[in-house]
Design a protein around this ligand. Structure first.
Ligand SMILES: [Zn+2]
Length: 343
């Protein structure tokens, strides 16, 4: 980069694109009312995550469900998170939860106001396939990307979205295909992988057995490029700052997928699906990086082998837009080697 002044000795650690969490539920800044915690995004930066994508600001106490109110909240969330990056992390937010009665004009208005995402379809009153399909297509027409909730209800008040509704709605992302937490049957999840061509999103706060089955199904169908990873946090299970790293180690070790491929699920795949200028290390892309090395005393001889054995890597440094945001992670097991500043 022209004008760069900082020189870093990587000390033979691995440089990966910053990890992308495809499914989070932020509210305001670095506070989550779900478990009443502050600093969860800062903690997640220490898990190598540089970009988070909102699947709806659903945890806001008193969240408005009338149409004017839900649009106002989405626009507010889009604005606040584009004006302020908690701990430097890029949070793409402002994802309205669809309610019955919305019309095409609402989607046009949202798009004109800067909204680019829908919250999980199915978390509001729009639960029927035909209704979801209509709204997803209006959203698509105005350049708004959609994600659908898949599986049983997440918390009291939400509902079941089954395989047929997911297929009919045809959202861009099959959100938490492994449930959040309660999953559809393994057969129905495999049917979704096969019968839909949309992104297959696997999350940490879901059913782990089905996570493995979905990843294997995607590979058998020769479409690893469709797999993207999220945490679905903050959730009833808490916040998991290392959630994406844990998904990488879990899928690599238990679904027997090469570690380098699973890292692509959480970086380049998500960036391509979400049209983001990160996720790959390439001239012209933003410099969002995570430096990783094998954790101290792992049985693996290399970083990749340690992941394939089920260990999470140690993060030694995280950089966003070319600026160092943290050095040795306070949350991962200690990396064997960490990068050093030369000047
Ligand atoms: Zn959900």
């Amino acid at each position: 980069m022209e004008g760069a002044k900082t020189v870093i000795d990587a000390k033979m650690t691995a440089l990966a694109p910053g990890l992308i969490d495809s499914h989070v539920h932020p509210v305001f800044g670095d506070w989550t009312p779900r478990q009443n915690q502050t600093g969860w995004i800062d903690s997640t930066l220490h898990g190598g995550v540089t970009t988070m994508i909102s699947a709806g600001e659903v945890h806001l106490p008193g969240r408005p469900k009338d149409i004017v109110g839900l649009k106002a909240l989405a626009i507010t969330a889009q604005r606040t998170f584009s004006n302020f990056r908690p701990a430097g992390v890029k949070v793409l937010a402002g994802a309205p939860i669809l309610e019955s009665g919305m019309v095409e004009e609402d989607f046009k208005e949202l798009a004109q106001a800067g909204v680019t995402l829908l919250g999980e379809v199915g978390l509001g009153s729009v639960k029927a396939g035909y209704e979801a399909k209509q709204m997803v297509s209006w959203a698509r027409k105005y350049g708004i990307q959609s994600t659908i909730h898949t599986g049983g209800p997440s918390i009291p008040g939400s509902g079941l979205i089954d395989k047929d509704v997911v297929l009919e709605a045809d959202a861009d992302v099959i959100g938490h295909i492994n449930g959040g937490h309660t999953s559809l049957s393994e057969r129905h999840v495999c049917d979704l992988c096969e019968q839909s061509s949309r992104a297959i999103e696997i999350v940490h706060n879901g059913n782990e057995r089905i996570a493995i089955a979905a990843a294997k199904a995607a590979l058998e169908l020769k479409c690893p490029h469709r797999v993207i990873l999220g945490t679905d946090g903050p959730a009833g299970s808490g916040v998991q700052p290392l959630g994406i790293l844990r998904m990488i180690a879990m899928l690599s070790s238990l679904a027997n997928i090469p570690a380098e491929l699973v890292i692509c699920f959480a970086t380049g795949n998500t960036a391509r699906m979400r049209n983001l200028n990160c996720g790959l290390i390439e001239t012209g892309r933003v410099a969002d990086f995570v430096f990783m090395d094998k954790a101290q005393h792992t049985a693996g001889r290399t970083l990749l082998e340690s992941i394939e054995l089920g260990d999470i890597p140690g993060v030694g440094m995280v950089m966003i837009d070319g600026i160092i945001k943290c050095h040795r992670s306070r949350n991962t097991p200690p990396a064997t080697n960490v990068p050093e500043l030369v000047n």
